[in-house]
Structures are given as C-alpha cells and as structure tokens.
Design a protein around this ligand. Structure first.
Ligand SMILES: [Fe+2]
Ligand SMILES: [Fe+2]
Length: 173
C-alpha cells in the first residue's frame, strides 16, 4: 500500500470525513467531500506540471517526480480535513487541517521535512498571499478551479463566487 493509500485507510481520516458529511448534510453550497479532495489533488498536480513549478518544487525539496506527486496528493487529500471543526468552533479550517494532518502523516510514513512541506501548503490554501510556498499557491488555485461555479444554482448567494471566477478567468481564458 502506498503512503497516500494509507492516509485513506487511516481511522481518524475516515472519522473526519464522516464528521464533515454529517455537518454538511443540508449545506446548499459546495461540499467538502472525497470528490472535492481528489479533484484538488488532480488539478494541483496538473497545474504544477503544466506551469513547470513541479521542477522547482522537486529541487527545493530534493524530491523525484514520484515523491513530489505523493506530497501533492497527500496535501490535497488532507487540505480540508478539519472543516468539521470550523463548523463546531469557528476555527480556521486551514490551520485545523494542518494540525490534524501531522499525526496522520507521521502514522502513514511521511518524515518530518515532508510533513512540514505538506502542512505548510495546507495552512496556506485558503488565500493567496505574498511568499507562499509553491504547494500552497497551487493548492489555492486548484481549490478554486475544482468548483463548477458557472453551473451552480446557488452562485448568486455564494461569498466565494467572485473570487473563484476571477481565478478561473486568469488561468483558463
Ligand atoms: Fe479549504
Ligand atoms: Fe477545498
């Protein structure tokens, strides 16, 4: 089993996914389910390949392509894992997700420097800021690109619609 597959089998990961599902049962806006996590993983990887950022990411962190892909997928599959806690306490889910990810990543065989790269990206994924890590920047873009806002019935009520459409135009059109 790969380390990424081990994350998906992790008991606490499954518990967190179930908590998010329960709290989003009646949510009319985008949900933070497994489909979203996989979409963000695939889009992040594609963006980094297409832009060439993957090369810099590999050099900066001394990774081959297989390891780089593993870190990208691990980050994307965990980037919203603490969303349930934001519903419960109001805490920023990016910080919570990064915190919860540490133990899951350690339990599934990631070393300290890999955990640092992944959790930094997770912590940064909510907004574009100066001096972001390459992974954080691409997770942010992939997160926005993963939503099909133009076909969404609730887009007029969605606080993220303008930000996401702007991002989409910058990248695709
Ligand atoms: Fe998020
Ligand atoms: Fe997300």
């Amino acid at each position: 089993m790969t380390r990424v597959e081990s994350i998906l089998e992790d008991t606490f990961y499954t518990e967190c996914m179930a908590k998010i599902d329960a709290r989003e049962e009646d949510r009319k806006f985008c949900r933070h389910n497994f489909q979203h996590f996989v979409d963000v993983a695939r889009i992040t990887y594609i963006l980094m390949l297409e832009s060439g950022a993957i090369k810099k990411f590999m050099e900066e962190n001394n990774l081959n392509l297989k390891l780089a892909k593993e870190l990208i997928y691990a980050a994307a599959l965990l980037h919203d894992i603490g969303r349930w806690k934001q519903y419960d306490t109001g805490e920023d889910h990016a910080d919570v997700s990064a915190g919860l990810a540490v133990e899951m990543l350690a339990n599934t065989g990631f070393n300290d420097s890999e955990i640092n790269v992944i959790t930094t990206g997770i912590r940064e994924h909510r907004r574009m800021t100066d001096n972001m890590s390459l992974l954080g920047e691409h997770l942010y873009m992939a997160d926005n690109l993963s939503r099909i806002c133009s076909r969404c019935a609730t887009r007029d009520e969605c606080y993220k619609f303008d930000e996401m459409e702007t991002g989409r135009r910058m990248l695709i059109y």
